[in-house]
Design a protein around this ligand. Sequence first.
Ligand SMILES: CC(C)(COP(=O)(O)OP(=O)(O)OC[C@H]1O[C@@H](n2cnc3c(N)ncnc32)[C@H](O)[C@@H]1OP(=O)(O)O)[C@@H](O)C(=O)NCCC(=O)NCCS
Length: 172
Amino acid sequence: MSELPSNLRITPLAPGQYISEFDCSDPQVNAGLLQHQENSHSSRVIVAIDERQKVLGYYAVSAINIEFANRPETLPPSVTEYPIPAAFISHLAVDKTCARKGVGASLLIDALQRIEDASAQTGTRLVMVQAASTTARTFYLHFGFIPVAGEPARLYLPIKQLNELFRDRTVP
Ligand SMILES: CC(C)(COP(=O)(O)OP(=O)(O)OC[C@H]1O[C@@H](n2cnc3c(N)ncnc32)[C@H](O)[C@@H]1OP(=O)(O)O)[C@@H](O)C(=O)NCCC(=O)NCCS
């Protein structure tokens, strides 16, 4: 991995941030960023920006419920037959000019930390992602996401794993 762009900052999407040139090579994901800036959605959008406020990457996160019948098979048996509260990360994408520099990893870690912080209040049991491409799937597998049986593009991480990962972290 080469060096992270200097002065990278990760922050909620705000007016004045420079998104028009954002290009992650996936037109649908590019359009998603514009839509998020124009409309208020049921998800929160977080961007990685450089010192000129140019958006180098982003993700959207929302709260979902997973029907008990669609739960990942490996969830512990303590889960009861109610919908399972989960966080869904969608559209995690990085501008092609700074691919493979760790921007995607920084965004994912930011997302997981925010979700883990919130889970103490919300009871969220897992983080779900939908990999839009083979690259995205490889990326999530690299960070320990588990494919849902029979649905290779859907991957998840139990919150318990995040609790262990961030056990020694001081919440800012
Ligand atoms: C997937 C994506 C977000 C990765 O962002 P990135 O900043 O380039 O990734 P990082 O530099 O943080 O890579 C972290 C790890 O992910 C894996 N990875 C990332 N890109 C990869 C690729 N093209 N091929 C194989 N592995 C890859 C590697 O293990 C990498 O670690 P390494 O560089 O030490 O080997 C980016 O390629 C992207 O935006 N793709 C297009 C949009 C998309 O498909 N988004 C997913 C929507 S669900």
